[in-house]
Design a protein around this ligand. Structure first.
Ligand code: AMP
Ligand code: ZN
Length: 134
């Protein structure tokens, strides 16, 4: 647990939160500034700033928790879809430096925006990127 981290405090119950689910390793809470009805956050109890610092075992379990909570939210709130969003670094929109996964239920004609303008993949960039994995 990191002293100055608000999500450490929430995840470990030092600061109260609207908790949907809790186990030994995770707490799932309602986002205070929801993008849509049911917007929730999965917080590991052990501090990791972002995906790059997250232990493999926690990463594995986090997706299983996400799947379960997503199912309950979608069915219970009659959502028509759901986005998993996970930001890493300020450039990617991360504002709280404790790993978290957003669960954002989606409704027909809602005003949530998780889209981008399609770009173009150049041969040069494609080569550069593919080379990283060879
Ligand atoms: P991100 O931009 O991915 O770092 O997301 C941070 C999210 O945390 C935002 O959606 C905020 O609304 C939410 N948030 C910040 N502080 C709290 C808090 N005390 N309780 C619940 N959600 C929070
Ligand atoms: Zn933390």
């Amino acid at each position: 647990m990191q002293n100055d981290c608000i999500f450490c405090k929430i995840a470990n119950g030092e600061i109260p939160s609207a908790t949907l689910y809790e186990d030994e390793e995770f707490r799932v809470i309602l986002d205070l500034g929801p993008a849509s009805k049911g917007h929730a956050l999965i917080l590991p109890k052990k501090h990791a700033a972002n995906l790059f610092e997250l232990p493999d075992e926690t990463a594995e379990k986090a997706l299983i928790v996400a799947k379960r909570i997503a199912g309950v939210l979608k069915e219970g709130l009659h959502a028509e879809g759901l986005n998993l969003v996970q930001n890493n670094g300020a450039a990617a929109g991360q504002t709280v430096e404790h790993f978290h996964i957003h669960l954002i239920p989606r409704y027909q004609n809602d005003t949530v925006n998780v889209t981008w303008q399609p770009g173009e993949l150049s041969e040069e960039e494609k080569g550069e990127i593919l080379k990283l994995f060879r």
